[in-house]
Design a protein. Structure first.
Length: 317
Protein backbone atom coordinates (compact mmCIF):
# COMPACT_ATOMS: atom_id res chain seq x y z
CA UNK A 1 0.00 0.00 0.00
CA UNK A 2 3.05 2.28 0.28
CA UNK A 3 2.04 5.68 1.66
CA UNK A 4 -1.28 5.97 -0.15
CA UNK A 5 -3.82 8.02 1.82
CA UNK A 6 -7.49 7.12 1.53
CA UNK A 7 -9.68 10.18 2.07
CA UNK A 8 -13.17 9.00 3.01
CA UNK A 9 -16.12 11.33 2.53
CA UNK A 10 -19.69 10.41 3.53
CA UNK A 11 -22.04 12.24 1.16
CA UNK A 12 -25.70 12.88 1.88
CA UNK A 13 -27.77 15.73 0.43
CA UNK A 14 -24.68 17.87 0.08
CA UNK A 15 -25.08 19.27 -3.42
CA UNK A 16 -24.46 22.83 -2.17
CA UNK A 17 -21.05 22.03 -0.75
CA UNK A 18 -19.65 18.80 -2.18
CA UNK A 19 -17.90 20.51 -5.13
CA UNK A 20 -15.86 22.62 -2.74
CA UNK A 21 -15.06 19.55 -0.66
CA UNK A 22 -13.93 17.39 -3.58
CA UNK A 23 -11.93 20.21 -5.18
CA UNK A 24 -10.02 20.70 -1.93
CA UNK A 25 -9.00 17.05 -1.98
CA UNK A 26 -8.01 17.06 -5.64
CA UNK A 27 -5.87 20.14 -4.97
CA UNK A 28 -3.84 18.48 -2.23
CA UNK A 29 -0.08 18.93 -2.54
CA UNK A 30 0.25 15.27 -1.54
CA UNK A 31 -0.11 13.16 -4.69
CA UNK A 32 -0.43 9.62 -3.34
CA UNK A 33 -4.12 9.67 -2.45
CA UNK A 34 -7.45 8.12 -3.29
CA UNK A 35 -10.76 9.84 -2.66
CA UNK A 36 -13.63 7.59 -1.60
CA UNK A 37 -17.03 9.24 -1.90
CA UNK A 38 -19.56 7.15 0.02
CA UNK A 39 -22.99 8.22 -1.24
CA UNK A 40 -25.47 7.49 1.53
CA UNK A 41 -28.60 7.50 -0.60
CA UNK A 42 -29.29 11.22 -0.68
CA UNK A 43 -32.23 12.67 -2.57
CA UNK A 44 -30.50 15.67 -4.18
CA UNK A 45 -27.90 15.91 -6.96
CA UNK A 46 -24.97 15.03 -4.71
CA UNK A 47 -24.62 11.49 -6.09
CA UNK A 48 -24.62 12.75 -9.68
CA UNK A 49 -21.94 15.33 -8.87
CA UNK A 50 -19.78 12.62 -7.33
CA UNK A 51 -20.15 10.42 -10.41
CA UNK A 52 -19.14 13.30 -12.67
CA UNK A 53 -15.96 13.84 -10.69
CA UNK A 54 -15.17 10.11 -10.81
CA UNK A 55 -15.41 9.99 -14.60
CA UNK A 56 -12.78 12.74 -14.81
CA UNK A 57 -10.43 11.58 -12.05
CA UNK A 58 -8.98 8.08 -11.77
CA UNK A 59 -8.23 8.48 -8.08
CA UNK A 60 -11.88 9.02 -7.14
CA UNK A 61 -14.05 6.06 -6.17
CA UNK A 62 -17.80 6.49 -5.71
CA UNK A 63 -19.83 3.99 -3.70
CA UNK A 64 -23.62 4.21 -3.83
CA UNK A 65 -25.45 2.66 -0.88
CA UNK A 66 -28.82 2.71 0.81
CA UNK A 67 -29.25 5.37 3.44
CA UNK A 68 -27.81 4.29 6.76
CA UNK A 69 -26.35 7.44 8.27
CA UNK A 70 -22.95 9.04 8.34
CA UNK A 71 -21.33 6.30 10.40
CA UNK A 72 -22.56 3.65 7.99
CA UNK A 73 -21.19 5.64 5.05
CA UNK A 74 -17.81 5.98 6.74
CA UNK A 75 -17.69 2.27 7.54
CA UNK A 76 -18.42 1.50 3.89
CA UNK A 77 -15.52 3.75 2.92
CA UNK A 78 -13.19 2.03 5.38
CA UNK A 79 -14.02 -1.35 3.84
CA UNK A 80 -13.18 -0.03 0.38
CA UNK A 81 -9.97 1.79 1.34
CA UNK A 82 -6.73 0.58 -0.23
CA UNK A 83 -4.40 3.10 1.37
CA UNK A 84 -1.95 2.59 4.20
CA UNK A 85 -3.51 5.60 5.88
CA UNK A 86 -7.09 6.81 6.29
CA UNK A 87 -8.43 10.27 6.94
CA UNK A 88 -11.99 11.60 6.96
CA UNK A 89 -13.62 14.72 5.59
CA UNK A 90 -17.30 15.63 5.80
CA UNK A 91 -18.93 16.65 2.54
CA UNK A 92 -19.79 20.20 3.69
CA UNK A 93 -16.25 20.88 4.93
CA UNK A 94 -12.94 21.18 3.12
CA UNK A 95 -9.21 20.57 3.49
CA UNK A 96 -6.36 23.02 3.30
CA UNK A 97 -4.05 22.24 0.34
CA UNK A 98 -1.28 20.86 2.58
CA UNK A 99 -3.56 18.81 4.86
CA UNK A 100 -2.54 15.33 3.72
CA UNK A 101 1.12 16.29 3.40
CA UNK A 102 1.14 17.70 6.94
CA UNK A 103 -0.41 14.58 8.40
CA UNK A 104 1.78 12.11 6.51
CA UNK A 105 4.95 14.01 7.40
CA UNK A 106 4.50 12.83 11.01
CA UNK A 107 3.62 9.22 10.15
CA UNK A 108 6.85 7.45 11.07
CA UNK A 109 5.13 4.27 12.25
CA UNK A 110 1.71 2.63 12.08
CA UNK A 111 0.63 2.64 15.73
CA UNK A 112 0.18 6.38 15.97
CA UNK A 113 -2.59 8.95 15.63
CA UNK A 114 -1.68 12.17 13.84
CA UNK A 115 -3.89 15.14 14.78
CA UNK A 116 -4.10 18.43 12.89
CA UNK A 117 -5.95 21.60 13.75
CA UNK A 118 -9.53 22.51 12.81
CA UNK A 119 -10.80 25.99 12.07
CA UNK A 120 -14.53 26.54 12.47
CA UNK A 121 -16.29 29.01 10.19
CA UNK A 122 -19.79 29.90 11.28
CA UNK A 123 -22.25 30.85 8.53
CA UNK A 124 -25.51 32.75 8.69
CA UNK A 125 -28.68 31.89 6.78
CA UNK A 126 -27.40 33.68 3.68
CA UNK A 127 -24.25 31.56 3.60
CA UNK A 128 -21.96 34.38 4.70
CA UNK A 129 -19.19 33.75 7.21
CA UNK A 130 -20.33 35.43 10.43
CA UNK A 131 -17.38 34.51 12.59
CA UNK A 132 -14.34 32.27 12.68
CA UNK A 133 -13.07 30.27 15.60
CA UNK A 134 -9.66 28.64 15.79
CA UNK A 135 -7.25 27.66 18.50
CA UNK A 136 -5.28 30.26 20.42
CA UNK A 137 -1.73 29.93 19.12
CA UNK A 138 -0.41 31.82 22.13
CA UNK A 139 -1.75 29.03 24.33
CA UNK A 140 -0.90 26.00 22.22
CA UNK A 141 2.18 27.17 20.35
CA UNK A 142 2.35 28.20 16.72
CA UNK A 143 4.98 25.75 15.52
CA UNK A 144 5.44 23.18 18.28
CA UNK A 145 4.46 19.56 17.77
CA UNK A 146 3.40 17.53 20.80
CA UNK A 147 4.31 13.84 20.91
CA UNK A 148 3.23 11.00 23.15
CA UNK A 149 0.44 11.09 25.72
CA UNK A 150 2.02 13.56 28.14
CA UNK A 151 0.27 16.63 26.75
CA UNK A 152 -3.01 14.91 26.11
CA UNK A 153 -5.15 16.91 28.53
CA UNK A 154 -4.17 20.15 26.79
CA UNK A 155 -4.99 18.60 23.43
CA UNK A 156 -8.33 17.31 24.72
CA UNK A 157 -9.32 20.82 25.77
CA UNK A 158 -8.89 21.90 22.17
CA UNK A 159 -11.85 19.62 21.43
CA UNK A 160 -10.33 18.26 18.22
CA UNK A 161 -10.90 14.82 19.69
CA UNK A 162 -14.65 15.20 19.40
CA UNK A 163 -14.22 14.99 15.62
CA UNK A 164 -12.86 12.10 13.58
CA UNK A 165 -11.64 14.57 10.95
CA UNK A 166 -8.26 16.30 10.68
CA UNK A 167 -6.57 13.07 11.74
CA UNK A 168 -4.52 10.32 10.12
CA UNK A 169 -5.26 6.70 11.04
CA UNK A 170 -3.45 3.49 10.23
CA UNK A 171 -5.61 1.22 8.07
CA UNK A 172 -3.83 -1.77 9.59
CA UNK A 173 -4.81 -0.79 13.14
CA UNK A 174 -8.42 -0.19 12.13
CA UNK A 175 -8.78 -3.54 10.39
CA UNK A 176 -6.69 -5.64 12.75
CA UNK A 177 -8.84 -4.48 15.67
CA UNK A 178 -12.12 -4.42 13.73
CA UNK A 179 -12.69 -0.79 14.55
CA UNK A 180 -15.77 0.88 13.11
CA UNK A 181 -18.13 3.74 13.80
CA UNK A 182 -21.13 2.71 15.94
CA UNK A 183 -23.98 3.09 13.47
CA UNK A 184 -26.61 3.23 16.21
CA UNK A 185 -24.84 6.17 17.86
CA UNK A 186 -25.98 9.61 16.69
CA UNK A 187 -23.95 11.90 18.93
CA UNK A 188 -20.28 11.75 19.99
CA UNK A 189 -19.79 8.83 17.59
CA UNK A 190 -16.61 10.48 16.31
CA UNK A 191 -15.17 10.73 19.80
CA UNK A 192 -16.06 7.10 20.50
CA UNK A 193 -14.21 5.97 17.35
CA UNK A 194 -11.14 8.16 17.98
CA UNK A 195 -10.63 6.86 21.51
CA UNK A 196 -11.23 3.24 20.58
CA UNK A 197 -8.49 3.72 18.00
CA UNK A 198 -6.21 5.35 20.58
CA UNK A 199 -6.48 2.23 22.74
CA UNK A 200 -4.33 0.53 20.11
CA UNK A 201 -1.88 3.38 19.50
CA UNK A 202 1.42 4.00 21.24
CA UNK A 203 1.63 7.69 20.48
CA UNK A 204 -0.29 10.82 19.56
CA UNK A 205 1.30 13.54 17.44
CA UNK A 206 -0.51 16.89 17.73
CA UNK A 207 0.36 19.39 15.01
CA UNK A 208 -1.30 22.78 15.70
CA UNK A 209 -1.27 23.88 12.07
CA UNK A 210 -4.70 24.41 10.54
CA UNK A 211 -5.47 21.73 7.98
CA UNK A 212 -9.26 21.41 8.09
CA UNK A 213 -12.11 23.91 7.71
CA UNK A 214 -15.34 22.98 9.48
CA UNK A 215 -18.50 24.62 8.17
CA UNK A 216 -20.80 25.44 11.08
CA UNK A 217 -24.05 27.39 11.22
CA UNK A 218 -25.26 30.06 13.60
CA UNK A 219 -28.94 29.20 13.40
CA UNK A 220 -30.42 26.59 15.65
CA UNK A 221 -32.65 24.73 13.21
CA UNK A 222 -29.52 23.32 11.55
CA UNK A 223 -28.97 21.15 14.60
CA UNK A 224 -30.99 18.07 15.47
CA UNK A 225 -32.77 17.93 18.80
CA UNK A 226 -31.88 14.90 20.87
CA UNK A 227 -33.93 13.17 23.57
CA UNK A 228 -32.87 11.79 26.90
CA UNK A 229 -33.00 8.09 26.02
CA UNK A 230 -30.50 7.99 23.16
CA UNK A 231 -28.48 10.98 24.35
CA UNK A 232 -27.44 9.28 27.57
CA UNK A 233 -26.48 6.09 25.74
CA UNK A 234 -24.32 8.04 23.30
CA UNK A 235 -22.59 9.89 26.12
CA UNK A 236 -21.95 6.60 27.91
CA UNK A 237 -20.43 4.98 24.82
CA UNK A 238 -18.05 7.90 24.33
CA UNK A 239 -17.18 7.98 28.02
CA UNK A 240 -16.37 4.26 28.03
CA UNK A 241 -14.01 4.76 25.09
CA UNK A 242 -12.24 7.69 26.77
CA UNK A 243 -11.99 5.76 30.03
CA UNK A 244 -10.52 2.72 28.26
CA UNK A 245 -7.91 4.91 26.60
CA UNK A 246 -7.08 6.61 29.91
CA UNK A 247 -6.35 3.20 31.40
CA UNK A 248 -4.28 2.12 28.39
CA UNK A 249 -2.25 5.35 28.41
CA UNK A 250 -1.86 5.25 32.22
CA UNK A 251 -3.40 8.69 32.68
CA UNK A 252 -3.82 8.94 36.43
CA UNK A 253 -5.74 12.20 36.71
CA UNK A 254 -9.06 11.67 34.96
CA UNK A 255 -10.88 14.52 36.69
CA UNK A 256 -11.00 16.76 33.63
CA UNK A 257 -12.45 14.06 31.39
CA UNK A 258 -14.92 12.95 34.05
CA UNK A 259 -16.14 16.51 34.54
CA UNK A 260 -16.63 16.91 30.79
CA UNK A 261 -18.94 13.91 30.67
CA UNK A 262 -20.67 14.82 33.92
CA UNK A 263 -21.53 18.11 32.26
CA UNK A 264 -23.10 16.32 29.31
CA UNK A 265 -24.84 13.79 31.53
CA UNK A 266 -26.39 16.59 33.58
CA UNK A 267 -27.95 17.92 30.41
CA UNK A 268 -29.15 14.47 29.36
CA UNK A 269 -30.99 14.05 32.65
CA UNK A 270 -33.50 16.68 31.56
CA UNK A 271 -36.79 15.27 30.33
CA UNK A 272 -36.81 17.71 27.38
CA UNK A 273 -35.11 17.75 23.97
CA UNK A 274 -31.58 19.12 23.98
CA UNK A 275 -29.01 19.87 21.33
CA UNK A 276 -25.25 19.94 21.81
CA UNK A 277 -22.56 21.51 19.66
CA UNK A 278 -19.05 21.12 21.05
CA UNK A 279 -16.58 23.16 19.04
CA UNK A 280 -13.11 24.14 20.25
CA UNK A 281 -13.52 26.25 23.41
CA UNK A 282 -17.33 26.35 23.51
CA UNK A 283 -19.94 23.81 24.49
CA UNK A 284 -23.36 24.98 23.38
CA UNK A 285 -26.42 23.39 24.92
CA UNK A 286 -29.83 24.15 23.43
CA UNK A 287 -32.50 23.49 26.02
CA UNK A 288 -35.69 25.52 25.51
CA UNK A 289 -36.81 27.35 28.67
CA UNK A 290 -34.39 25.45 30.86
CA UNK A 291 -30.96 26.24 32.21
CA UNK A 292 -28.69 23.35 33.13
CA UNK A 293 -25.79 23.87 35.52
CA UNK A 294 -22.48 22.23 34.82
CA UNK A 295 -20.12 20.96 37.54
CA UNK A 296 -17.60 23.68 38.34
CA UNK A 297 -14.92 21.00 38.52
CA UNK A 298 -14.97 20.99 34.71
CA UNK A 299 -12.87 24.14 34.86
CA UNK A 300 -11.87 26.58 37.54
CA UNK A 301 -13.49 29.43 35.61
CA UNK A 302 -16.80 27.83 34.67
CA UNK A 303 -19.33 30.33 33.39
CA UNK A 304 -22.92 29.82 32.32
CA UNK A 305 -24.86 32.31 30.30
CA UNK A 306 -28.49 32.23 29.30
CA UNK A 307 -29.66 34.54 26.54
CA UNK A 308 -32.86 35.35 24.72
CA UNK A 309 -32.31 32.58 22.16
CA UNK A 310 -32.53 29.91 24.89
CA UNK A 311 -28.87 28.99 24.69
CA UNK A 312 -26.96 27.74 27.66
CA UNK A 313 -23.37 28.51 26.79
CA UNK A 314 -20.46 26.99 28.60
CA UNK A 315 -17.07 28.58 27.96
CA UNK A 316 -13.98 26.87 29.40
CA UNK A 317 -10.93 29.14 29.33
Amino acid sequence: MNDLVSIIVPVYNAEKYVNCCIDSMLNQTYDSKEIILSDDGGTDNGARICDEYATQNDNIVVIHKRNGGGSSARNTGISAASGRWITFCDSDDWLEPDAAQTLVSHAKKDDVLIVGDIEIRFHDRDGNVSRIRGNDKNEYGEHSVENGFAGFETAFKRANYSSACAKLYSTEIIRANRLAFREEQKMLEDMEFVFRYLCHASEIVNDPHRIYIYRAFDYMDYMTKRHQSDLFGDIRAAYDAVDAFSDTAHIEDKSYFSSFFLCLSDVSSASIPVTLLHNNHDLFVFAPNRQHPCPHSYTSSAQWQYNQNSYTRYMPH
